[in-house]
Design a protein around this ligand. Structure first.
Ligand SMILES: Cc1ncc(COP(=O)(O)O)c(C=O)c1O
Length: 407
């Protein structure tokens, strides 16, 4: 970022100063002093981040070639789509959705009709609330039907779900969730759903980077028509969305995206995402493997300190999330606020995410340190100021971004 000094002779310096100060304070706090453990966040490499402020952020291009001056933008988009197809072994890819939510919207709008039944994980089971009645299902007048779900196993109950699919015949089925620790039984259920006339999707917003790194599950090979979601959670790109699909269904969605859902796809974002895809192609496997190792280590260490980590009987987790069961967001907030006093940032789930700290280069040894910091705060009730110093020390050692191209 430009130093404040640079703006000294500008009109409106006061305003510039105020805005820059807020951004700088945020950067200093969240970027340098905080241990960021929110599973829906990550950090971009400096090269990817740099592309967000490139000239492309001023420009338009469109599939109907309405605009002149687009030859390099179009080539970048093409490069990005080809790389995405390779990374996810997909027949089609589209980088234009502006977020995971918009990718969900595009899938539903392309295949659902009013009064159709959509089956997905309920918010009570950790499903994405944005898909439900108050979100997209309501917008499209769809009826929602939850998957039969076991909170004990944090997963869909296969036999009951098969039965429900045969009886209810949902028109749309969406796997994936916001709280997701284990692969969903796509292989077991997608075929039954398709035989009964469903369009089947996987909202991989949370686990997109683990899928790209081949460490979670492979929804496109397991029977879904489309995989879609965010590009900034375990996938370490800029904030945005992506759709991967087979040819038939991918083409249907592509035809809808413009002119219905996205006009300007923010081409600086597309350039940044393209580079992040190239990073994922080269470093994704090692990165995703380390995430899973880190989550398991952190989960076990927290369990040993007496934290209510879910699914011990299943090895705690197979993803970037470690879930602590406190009985609801209200109780979770108490824990999250306590941790925030020490600059350890989690959500009120309480979901603890290992994606960002892994991208910063932390490994199993650091997970043990993180577990200890959390225990000192929540169990021992130690003074936040003391813990904060140790958090800052740990963060200072891990300011770099790994799993990317280096100079
Ligand atoms: C499963 C799932 N899908 C979609 C979204 C929305 O993603 P975005 O914030 O990219 O719109 C979220 C948000 O966290 C999510 O958890």
């Amino acid at each position: 970022m430009r130093k404040k000094q640079y703006y000294l002779n500008y009109e409106g310096f006061d305003m510039i100063h105020e805005i820059l100060s807020l951004v700088e304070k945020h950067e200093e706090w969240r970027g340098k002093q905080c241990l960021n453990l929110i599973p829906s966040e990550n950090v971009m490499s400096p090269a990817v981040r740099g592309l967000l402020s490139s000239e492309l952020g001023h420009r338009y291009t469109a599939r109907d070639r309405f605009y002149m001056g687009t030859r390099f933008i179009d080539e970048i988009e093409q490069y990005g789509e080809e790389t995405a197809k390779e990374v996810f072994r997909a027949e089609t890819a589209d980088l234009r959705p502006l977020s995971g939510h918009i990718a969900d919207l595009i899938f539903l709008a392309s295949f659902a009709k009013p009064n159709d039944i959509v089956m997905c994980v309920s918010p009570e089971g950790g499903g994405y609330p944005g898909l439900w009645k108050n979100g997209l299902a309501g917008l499209f007048s769809l009826k929602t039907m939850p998957f039969p779900f076991s909170k004990h196993n944090m997963n869909i109950k296969v036999e009951e779900a098969k039965e429900a699919i045969r009886q209810i015949k949902p028109k749309i089925m969406i796997f994936g969730a916001s709280l997701i620790t284990f692969p969903h039984p796509v292989k077991e259920l997608a075929e039954v759903a398709r035989e009964n006339g469903a369009y089947v999707g996987f909202d991989g917003s949370h686990v997109m980077g683990l899928i790209a790194g081949e460490q979670f599950q492979d929804p496109l090979r397991e029977g879904v028509h489309a995989l879609f979601g965010s590009t900034h959670k375990t996938f370490f790109g800029p904030q945005g969305g992506i759709i991967l699909a087979d040819k038939e269904h991918g083409e249907v969605m592509k035809a809808k995206i413009f002119p219905t859902f996205v006009d300007n796809a923010h081409w600086n974002r597309i350039a940044a995402l393209t580079l992040a895809l190239a990073e994922m192609k080269n470093f994704g496997k090692a990165y995703a493997k380390q995430i899973v190792r880190n989550s398991k280590t952190l989960a076990k260490a927290l369990r040993d300190y007496g934290f209510p980590v879910v699914c011990q009987h299943l090895g705690f987790t197979q993803s970037h999330q470690v879930l602590l069961e406190y009985g609801g967001y209200k109780q979770g907030r108490v824990i999250a606020e306590k941790l925030q006093l020490t600059n350890v940032i989690v959500d009120c789930g309480v979901r603890i995410g290992t994606c960002e700290v892994t991208r910063r280069g932390m490994k199993e040894e650091e997970m043990l340190k993180i577990a200890e910091l959390i225990k000192r705060t929540v169990v021992d009730g130690e003074q936040p100021e003391e813990i904060k110093k140790d958090v800052a020390k740990l963060c200072a050692e891990y300011q770099k971004v790994e799993y990317c191209f280096k100079k």
